[in-house]
Design a protein around this ligand. Sequence first.
Ligand SMILES: [Mg+2]
Length: 290
Amino acid sequence: MTRDLKRVLVTDLDNTLWDWFSAWNASFSAMLEALEEDSGVPRSVLESEIRILHQKYATTEYSNLLSEVPSLLDAAGGVEPWRAFPRAVEALRRERRERTRPYQGVLESLSALKSAGISVIAYTESLAYWTMWRIKRTGLDGIIDVLYSAPDHDLPKGKSFERMRSQPEEAYALERTEHQHVPRGILKPNAQVLLTILDSAGFKPQEAVYIGDSLMKDVAMAQEAHVTDVHALYGEVQQHPGYDLLRRVTHWTDEDVERERRYVGVARPITATHTCRSEFAEVLPILGLA
Ligand SMILES: [Mg+2]
């Protein structure tokens, strides 16, 4: 297979185009710290109640979180917790906004690919709402041709996103990137989703390159689909000291957490065909660009 046959890059988003983990870790930690101080509920109690909610809604970014944490409802004494603990909400929003930025070289590299006639498709397991927000925030609306994401989580009866969000729905939608949904609950490394995405966009697997930061999910999926795989090693964060907080409150099962530990440990069960060690731009030669 020669390099100049590549016509499309399919890219993971979180920790491949931007550092999702650092933004999540900084914003979630700041929120927890303020919650503990202002509510008097110990952090360990908050964390374990939050994990149950994250597992219930299958996300680590549940928009209605504070209103459903039992010990915060008690501590707030009849007021909505997000009103009772405004410092926590402000800290979460501020850190998330400030730390959500594309990795170095991402905008330039994707623009170079598009100028060379190569399509850019994004595929993420993250939910629609925060994915759209991050694409806009990082300036990637329109640079990504098509986004495939999971649909949003459901909200409790009587709640709507419109009431929880401060702006009308149009403010959150992407203006130039086309947005498609993958079926809920189908997760990487299921190769069928990647093959379906390529097929619906009119590409053959051998015309595609796939890049992502997870060996266990991204690289395994691309290999299974016979798509040229690239490991975004620069985005791997499992050795980061803050990663244990994510493990404690994640929606993943204990078994998933353990499996990931093994994949990033010393004996890596999967070897990537290509690796971007220090930055995203290293993907360009794999697509035939200098
Ligand atoms: Mg990722």
